[in-house]
Ligand binder design. Structure first.
Ligand SMILES: [Zn+2]
Length: 315
């Protein structure tokens, strides 16, 4: 029998680094509060471009050892965030990074994009039924910005949430569990605009700036229903976690760049759109807690013997 913390958050991401860039402050906050934070990363990010010249030999068109290296970067990032439960969908290397949309890697056997949703979803069903999250965070149907692995991560996450709740589906994967709330990652357009304005005013070490279109999940602010403020402590953790992905991310104070070397702001508040479940905030206001409105989840984390934890009898 396993006793789980009262609050349980599951995040589904495509590649190592996506979690820290999108949700690093949120993950650090809930981990610090004693919630169970589970990260499922769908690929090893084997097709990424490598920033540090001394590591260029890892690249897929050379030694093709980037995936294994990024497993280590992700572990270091999770240490920064205080997250101990991080897994790869189906185990490390089960699904390979598909590369950018239209690349020939899209069609490679074993590429995540080249995998049936229903072939990948059972691995996530098993995680959902084991960790029993009340809250699931993933991307929107466009994957935030159209990358095939991000789109597929969205599809697999949404499909697995449905299947996990169906007691008739593969009972050997664990007792059915319905996720109460599902959120998609968002950035309100005015926040993105303000971030780039600050970048333009202050400047960074990077040779040029990205544009808002490079930021995944930007939407009109009315779409945003929840925000998690990182504050100094969780933002520091997020920034350190991003820097731990050194093959993919370069950090300069409050700014960062991917391998294209274009500067972007690091968002210290992270934003979400509730797409399933009921908001716990008063009408017309944003939630400031992803668990808001859920029963038996307040003030119960990280302490043994309190009510509200969930006991799961092992299958
Ligand atoms: Zn990614």
């Amino acid at each position: 029998m396993t006793v789980l913390p009262a609050r349980r958050l599951l995040l589904v991401h495509a590649h190592p680094d996506d979690e820290s860039i999108n949700n690093g402050a949120t993950m650090a906050k809930y981990a610090a509060e004693g919630a169970l934070v589970t990260l499922v990363t769908c690929t090893l990010g084997e097709e990424g471009e490598v920033i540090p010249p001394e590591l260029a030999h890892l690249a897929p068109d050379r030694e093709d050892r980037l995936g294994a290296f990024r497993v280590g970067e992700l572990a270091a990032a999770m240490k920064e965030l205080g997250v101990t439960d991080h897994r790869f969908l189906g185990g490390p290397g089960r699904f390979r990074d598909s590369g950018m949309m239209g690349a020939e890697q899209n069609r490679r056997p074993g590429a995540f994009w080249n995998t049936e949703v229903d072939a990948a979803a059972p691995y996530l069903v098993e995680v959902i039924r084991e960790t029993r999250p009340q809250v699931l965070v993933t991307y929107d149907p466009d994957g935030g910005y159209g990358h095939p692995d991000h789109i597929q991560a969205h599809r697999v996450a949404m499909r697995a949430a449905d299947l996990a709740a169906d007691p008739g589906y593969r009972p050997e994967l664990g007792p059915a569990h319905a996720v109460a709330k599902i959120y998609w990652n968002r950035v309100p357009r005015p926040v993105a605009e303000a971030g780039f304005a600050r970048l333009a005013a202050e400047g960074s070490v990077f040779p040029a700036d990205a544009v808002i279109g490079d930021v995944p999940g930007v939407v009109p602010e009315e779409r945003v229903t929840a925000e998690i403020a990182g504050g100094e402590a969780h933002t520091a953790r997020k920034t350190a976690a991003m820097a731990a992905h050194a093959t993919q991310v370069a950090v300069d104070g409050p700014f960062f760049a991917l391998s294209n070397n274009l500067a972007q702001p690091i968002f210290t508040t992270e934003y979400y759109e509730l797409v399933r479940g009921t908001s716990g905030a008063p009408e017309g206001t944003r939630e400031t807690d992803l668990f808001a409105g859920l029963e038996d989840t307040e003030g119960l984390d990280g302490t043994e013997g309190l009510g509200g934890t969930e006991e799961v009898t092992g299958a």
